[in-house]
Design a protein around this ligand. Structure first.
Ligand SMILES: NC(=O)c1ccc[n+]([C@@H]2O[C@H](COP(=O)([O-])OP(=O)(O)OC[C@H]3O[C@@H](n4cnc5c(N)ncnc54)[C@H](O)[C@@H]3O)[C@@H](O)[C@H]2O)c1
Ligand SMILES: O=P(O)(O)OC[C@H](O)CO
Length: 413
C-alpha cells in the first residue's frame, strides 16, 4: 500500500505484550511498518515483560559467548527470536524489544494491546497519562472485563482507562500458524466517533502536535449514552481509519477484514475459549468428534445469546457467522487451541487443568479458565446461570462440583 495522502507525519506503532500472540502480531506489524514507509515509522517497539532466559544449546541462535542466563529483551534484540514465547520464528530487524512499558508507548500513535487479559488493567494503569493523548488503540485480547459494575469489553476498558478510542482484533488465529506465515483470516473492528475527520484545522501548522479536544456523544455497548471528550488526531497524521488499520495488520498470509462491530468481534473471541474447554474435555473422555460437535453447537448458541442479551445495543449478530472472529475462531480453537489441548490432556491424565497449563505451556496463559469464572460470576449476578447451561457446566467442572460425564444431560435442559 502506498501513501494515503499528503500527510507530514507518520504513525508510530507500538505493541504492548510479547507472548505467543503478542510476538506474532508484533512480527506482522513490524513487517507492515517496513513495507509502508509513507505511513509508518520503521521501528516498532514491543513491550516485553522482562524475564531471564537461557538460549538452548540446540537453538540455531545459540552462541557460546552468550551462554548462561540473559534478559529476554537482550536475546530478542540480538537474535531476532523470542526464544521463550515464539521459538524458531525469525522476527523482523525493525522490531525492537523494550523492557520499559512507558518508553514503549510514549510516542505511539497506534497502540496495539496484546496480553493475557488478567494483566491488562494493571498495565494500562501504569501508562495512564503517559501516552500521546490522541493515540488510538487496538485490543487483540480475548477475554471480557467483569467487575462489580458489570461486564465490559477490553477495548472499552483500555479506552476508558487511557482516555483514547480503542478497537479490537480477533479471529481464527492460532499464533504459531500465523507466525509461520500459514494463511489465515482475521477481523479488525473499529468504529470510532467520527471525530478525526472534524479535527483538521487548516490554519494550524501541519507538523504541529497541537490537538483538538472533541466532545461527542458516546454510546457504550449497553446502549448507555454519555458525553465523552477525546483528543482529535492532529491533521498532520493520516486519519486512523479502516484503510490505515488494514495497512497495519494485513499481510499476504494474514487476511484482514475491517468491520465496525467491536462488541461482536470481542465477545466471540472471549466466549469461544470457554467452549473450547468443554470441547477438550469431551474429546479427552474419548467420546469423539460427534460429542465435540454437540458441545460446539450449544456453545455457539450461547455465544450468540450472550451477545444478544447483554450487548444488543451495538452488536451485529452476523459477526458470529460471517467473520473470522465468530464461528471460524470457534472451530480452530476447538481443533488446535491451547484451551482445547490443555482441557483434553487434563481428562486424559486425570490432572487439574492448571497443572497441565504450568507443565505444557512454558509460561503461556490459558484464557478460557479465568473467563469461565468471570462469565459465571456475571451470569450469577444476573440470575441467568440456567439460561447458559454450557457456560455454567464449564464453570462447575472447573470448580469441581460437576463432572464431564454430566455435560450431555446438563446442556439438554
Ligand atoms: N496464542 C495464541 O494463539 C492467541 C491467538 C489469538 C489471540 N490470543 C489472545 O491474545 C492474548 C495474549 O496472548 P499471548 O498468546 O500473547 O500470551 P501468552 O499466553 O503467551 O502469555 C504469556 C505472556 O504473558 C506475559 N506476562 C506474564 N506475567 C505478566 C505480568 N505480570 N504482567 C504482564 N505480562 C505478563 C509474559 O511475559 C508473556 O509475554 C490473549 O488474550 C489470548 O487469548 C492468543
Ligand atoms: O490457544 P488458545 O486456546 O488460547 O486459542 C488461540 C486463538 O485464540 C485461536 O484463534
Amino acid at each position: 500500500m502506498g501513501s494515503l495522502g499528503p500527510f507530514q507525519r507518520k504513525h508510530k506503532l507500538a505493541v504492548v505484550g510479547s507472548g505467543n500472540w503478542g510476538t506474532a502480531i508484533a512480527k506482522i506489524v513490524a513487517e507492515n511498518a517496513a513495507s509502508n514507509p509513507d505511513l509508518f515509522e520503521e521501528t516498532v517497539e514491543m513491550w516485553v515483560y522482562e524475564e531471564t532466559v537461557e538460549v538452548p544449546k540446540d537453538s540455531k541462535n545459540y552462541d557460546p559467548s552468550y551462554a548462561g542466563p540473559q534478559k529476554l529483551t537482550e536475546v530478542i534484540n540480538r537474535t531476532h527470536e523470542n526464544i521463550k514465547y515464539l521459538p524458531e520464528v525469525q522476527l523482523p530487524v525493525n522490531l525492537h524489544a523494550n523492557p520499559s512499558l512507558e518508553d514503549t508507548v510514549k510516542d505511539g500513535t497506534i497502540l496495539i494491546f496484546n496480553l493475557p487479559h488478567q494483566f491488562i488493567i494493571k498495565t494500562c494503569e501504569q501508562i495512564k497519562g503517559k501516552i500521546l493523548p490522541y493515540a488510538r488503540g487496538i485490543s487483540c485480547i480475548k477475554g471480557v472485563d467483569v467487575n462489580e459494575s458489570g461486564i465490559n469489553l477490553f477495548s472499552e476498558t483500555i479506552g476508558k482507562t487511557l482516555g483514547i478510542y480503542c478497537g479490537a482484533l480477533s479471529g481464527a488465529n492460532i499464533a504459531n500458524e500465523v507466525a509461520r506465515e500459514k494463511w489465515s483470516e482475521t477481523s479488525v473492528a473499529y468504529d470510532p466517533p467520527h471525530m478525526d475527520s472534524k479535527a483538521p484545522t487548516p490554519q494550524r501548522s501541519p507538523s504541529s502536535s497541537q490537538t483538538n479536544l472533541v466532545e461527542f456523544q458516546h454510546k457504550d455497548v449497553s446502549g448507555k449514552i454519555s458525553d465523552t471528550k477525546l483528543q482529535a488526531l492532529p491533521s498532520a497524521y493520516p486519519p486512523v481509519d479502516h484503510a490505515v488499520l488494514k495497512a497495519v495488520f494485513h499481510r499476504p498470509y494474514f487476511h484482514v477484514r475491517v468491520v465496525n462491530d467491536v462488541a461482536g468481534v470481542s465477545i466471540s473471541g472471549a466466549l469461544k475459549n470457554v467452549v473450547a474447554l468443554a470441547a477438550g474435555w469431551v474429546v479427552g473422555m474419548g467420546w469423539g468428534d460427534n460429542a465435540k460437535a454437540a458441545v460446539m453447537r450449544v456453545g455457539l448458541m450461547e455465544m450468540v445469546k450472550f451477545g444478544d442479551q447483554f450487548f444488543s445495543a451495538t452488536i451485529d449478530q452476523r459477526t458470529f457467522t460471517d467473520e473470522s472472529a465468530g464461528v471460524a475462531d470457534l472451530i480452530t480453537s476447538c481443533s488446535g487451541g491451547r484451551n482445547f489441548r490443555c482441557a483434553m490432556h487434563s481428562v486424559e491424565r486425570n490432572l487439574p487443568i492448571e497443572e497441565i497449563e504450568k507443565t505444557e505451556l512454558n509460561g503461556q496463559k490459558l484464557q478460557g479458565t479465568l473467563t469461565a469464572y468471570e462469565v459465571n460470576s456475571f451470569l450469577k449476578n444476573q440470575g441467568m446461570e440456567d439460561q447458559f447451561p454450557l457456560f455454567t457446566a464449564v464453570y462447575r467442572i472447573l470448580e469441581g462440583t460437576m463432572k464431564v460425564e454430566d455435560i450431555p444431560n446438563f446442556i439438554e435442559r
